[in-house]
Design a binder for this molecule. Sequence first.
Ligand SMILES: *[C@@H]1O[C@H](CO)[C@@H](O)[C@H](O)[C@H]1NC(C)=O
Ligand SMILES: *[C@@H]1O[C@H](CO)[C@@H](O)[C@H](O)[C@H]1NC(C)=O
Ligand SMILES: *[C@@H]1O[C@H](CO)[C@@H](O)[C@H](O)[C@H]1NC(C)=O
Ligand SMILES: *[C@@H]1O[C@H](CO)[C@@H](O)[C@H](O)[C@H]1NC(C)=O
Ligand SMILES: *[C@@H]1O[C@H](CO)[C@@H](O)[C@H](O)[C@H]1NC(C)=O
Ligand SMILES: *[C@@H]1O[C@H](CO)[C@@H](O)[C@H](O)[C@H]1NC(C)=O
Ligand SMILES: *[C@@H]1O[C@H](CO)[C@@H](O)[C@H](O)[C@H]1NC(C)=O
Ligand SMILES: *[C@@H]1O[C@H](CO)[C@@H](O)[C@H](O)[C@H]1NC(C)=O
Ligand SMILES: *[C@@H]1O[C@H](CO)[C@@H](O)[C@H](O)[C@H]1NC(C)=O
Ligand SMILES: *[C@@H]1O[C@H](CO)[C@@H](O)[C@H](O)[C@H]1NC(C)=O
Ligand SMILES: *[C@@H]1O[C@H](CO)[C@@H](O)[C@H](O)[C@H]1NC(C)=O
Ligand SMILES: *[C@H]1O[C@@H](CO)[C@H](O)[C@@H](O)[C@@H]1NC(C)=O
Length: 693
Amino acid sequence: MDFMPNTLLVLHPAKLLPLAILLFHHLNSLVQYEAASTGYNADHRALMEFKNRVATGDPSATIMSSWNDTIHFCDWQGITCNQNNRRHQQRQRVTALSLPSQRLTGSLSPYIGNLSHLQELNLGNNFLKGEIPRELGKLNLLRILNLTDNNFGGQIPSNISNCKALTYLHLGNNELQGKIPMEITRLSKLETLHLLVNNLTGPIPQSIGNLSSLTKLTMGRNSLSGSLPAGIGMILQLQFLQIAENQLDGVIPPSIYNLSSLTFIALATNKLQGSLPQDLGQMLPNLSTLYLGDNLITGSIPASITNLSSLVNLDLAYNNFTGPVPTDLGRLSGLIWFNLEGNQLGFGDENGLDFITSLSNCTSLETLDIYNNMFESQLPISVANLSTRLSMLILGGNKIHGHIHEGMANLVSLTVLRLENNDLQGPLPITIGRLENLQLLSASSNKLSGQIPSSIGSLTQLTYLSLADNLLQGGIPSTLGNCKNLQFFALSENMLNGTIPPQVIAIPSLEIFFGLSGNSITGSLPAEVGKLQHLREIDLSENRISGEIPGALGDCQSLEYLHMQGNIFQGVIPTSLNNLKAIQYLDLSRNKLSGRIPEYLGKLHSLAYLNLSFNNLEGLVPQSGVFENASAISIQGNRNLCGGAGFLRLPACPNEISMNKRSKRLKWVIVLVVCVSSGVTLLSCLGVIFYCR
Ligand SMILES: *[C@@H]1O[C@H](CO)[C@@H](O)[C@H](O)[C@H]1NC(C)=O
Ligand SMILES: *[C@@H]1O[C@H](CO)[C@@H](O)[C@H](O)[C@H]1NC(C)=O
Ligand SMILES: *[C@@H]1O[C@H](CO)[C@@H](O)[C@H](O)[C@H]1NC(C)=O
Ligand SMILES: *[C@@H]1O[C@H](CO)[C@@H](O)[C@H](O)[C@H]1NC(C)=O
Ligand SMILES: *[C@@H]1O[C@H](CO)[C@@H](O)[C@H](O)[C@H]1NC(C)=O
Ligand SMILES: *[C@@H]1O[C@H](CO)[C@@H](O)[C@H](O)[C@H]1NC(C)=O
Ligand SMILES: *[C@@H]1O[C@H](CO)[C@@H](O)[C@H](O)[C@H]1NC(C)=O
Ligand SMILES: *[C@@H]1O[C@H](CO)[C@@H](O)[C@H](O)[C@H]1NC(C)=O
Ligand SMILES: *[C@@H]1O[C@H](CO)[C@@H](O)[C@H](O)[C@H]1NC(C)=O
Ligand SMILES: *[C@@H]1O[C@H](CO)[C@@H](O)[C@H](O)[C@H]1NC(C)=O
Ligand SMILES: *[C@@H]1O[C@H](CO)[C@@H](O)[C@H](O)[C@H]1NC(C)=O
Ligand SMILES: *[C@H]1O[C@@H](CO)[C@H](O)[C@@H](O)[C@@H]1NC(C)=O
């Protein structure tokens, strides 16, 4: 393709002008042409350099190979040129280079700084690495610079501050290091500044408040330190502030609460101190999200938060908030996420949970989490009136007393119900079976009594069930066998009796834990236990389970921890346990096991703890593997054990020596027989060969 200049096109022949003027124009246009041509060539060169740097290993190589001179570069994919010189191709200049999400690799050429008419550079969501070229600072018409979601490293070049026209700067999700250059606060037209998810260190520039046009500021998930500059309070149009997951300390400057345009504040996971102003709620009328979790904030939750009528997400978890929770939260009618986990709220307040009653007005509420606080009041019946959209109800780790009300079955969207570590009493209501979306049910360490309702088997989505450490009685409902997604199952430390329903110990999804310890379970261990092939831990200890250990237990090939102590198991230790190749911890103590200690137990390489004490085992104690380690085994309280490692101080086995001699003699006999027979074979072969010749 020929892009040679045609000056006649520049001069309009239809216009009759005096020669001088004509000449002047001609000269002028030549000068113009030259400038345009230089710019044109510079653009062309810069694009070729860009192509050369990204082309290598570019999985979408087709894009870059289509950047060739069979067509004008203004028509290359991702390129936009100024349109006003459409007819004069040599005057066309690149105004935008936009290739987001094209799987580009390589680095960004410094020649990019020669695209002097560039207004938009958008290379987001690629795999570009290397440093961001400081030559970008030459692009004084650049309005949009988007390099997010790449692998750029090094420092943010301070020269970017020369891009006076920038309104949008997105460098998030890279691997940028070093300090945020103070100079970028000179970009007075900047409306959006995203630096989130990088490895930036040092303080936030004090002059950040000079970015007076800013509406969105994100610096979250870096390693920024120091305090939040009070100057942020000068950015009057700021709507979105995200500086979570850094190492900021000091107090939150009060000036921030003056920014009445704010809709989103996330300062979670820092080391911020101080307390919230009591009039917080009057100041931020449009605030929809307030994330302050995981800081060191003290004091009470300002009652005025109920004036934040746009509030949707409130997370104050893991701070040191004390005192009551405002009781008119129902005014926050758009509330969806409400998390106060890990504070010291509710101490000494018999009505401390009254706020739950008002939350029933929040019909969009999906998460209510007050885990690990100091609430010590009765669980209000009104908990049943919470939004039917409620998905997570987390009340564990308090001192909440009273009953679990039947009406809680109204909360049909619940997926997580955590009531553990409280003082709840009475039975688990039969209606619990209506919570068919429940995936996690934890009510351990309470004082729940009565029987486990068989309706619990309707909770077929359950993956985690713990009712351990209560006062539950009666049998284990066989309907639990319907919970085919269970991974964790704990009914330990109750007063349950009856036998283990075979259906329950045959749930193949069980993966993490199956625990029934500390009950009064009788009967034998069903052979169905062999179906638990993904399970890592079984605890049946301290019950009254009898009969032999089923050989099928050896099928539980993922088993790492097996606790069977304190039962009435009898018979021999089955040979199939030899298949428990992952076993690390095995406790069979205080049973009535008899016979010999299997030799293979010394060959299970992962086994690091073995307790066989107080059984009726006899005979030779193996010497290899776990048996070599005094602190790893316990075999006391058996009747007739002998041999073993010296530290056990057991008597030598009576026939151990003669056994050894006999086996040595046998070896010699075998050697002799082999020698003689091979000799005979050799001789007869030689004989045959000799005869044939
Ligand atoms: C040049 O680009 C065109 C599309 O613009 C493409 O069809 C052609 O294959 C490319 N030529 C080479 C040599 O890659
Ligand atoms: C910046 O790039 C990201 C990722 O490609 C994209 O989601 C975002 O919309 C871009 N922003 C602008 C202003 O183009
Ligand atoms: C970057 O800026 C510094 C001064 O701020 C200047 O000396 C240098 O020439 C600039 N470099 C480029 C490539 O623009
Ligand atoms: C911020 O603005 C003030 C007042 O306009 C000015 O004195 C100061 O130099 C600016 N800071 C920076 C880093 O540009
Ligand atoms: C950036 O930080 C992350 C997480 O802190 C770390 O894994 C990574 O190695 C760091 N990268 C560089 C280039 O320092
Ligand atoms: C908040 O704004 C008011 C009025 O605009 C002003 O008087 C007050 O000093 C500001 N407070 C802070 C902490 O900046
Ligand atoms: C709050 O939001 C509304 C609607 O988006 C807007 O009209 C109003 O100006 C905002 N208020 C402030 C103080 O920014
Ligand atoms: C809510 O705001 C109104 C007026 O702005 C004020 O009178 C009232 O006291 C505030 N409520 C709370 C609980 O602070
Ligand atoms: C927060 O509470 C914890 C636990 O009570 C306490 O150890 C810690 O000192 C408190 N921190 C502050 C900053 O008050
Ligand atoms: C309940 O929410 C409505 C808006 O949905 C609101 O008008 C009303 O004041 C709220 N009631 C209470 C008691 O907070
Ligand atoms: C289980 O215990 C309950 C009382 O706690 C008792 O009524 C029932 O008979 C017991 N069942 C068995 C099989 O022992
Ligand atoms: C512009 O880019 C620099 C590198 O950043 C080159 O050194 C220059 O030669 C180039 N200038 C032109 C006109 O292409």
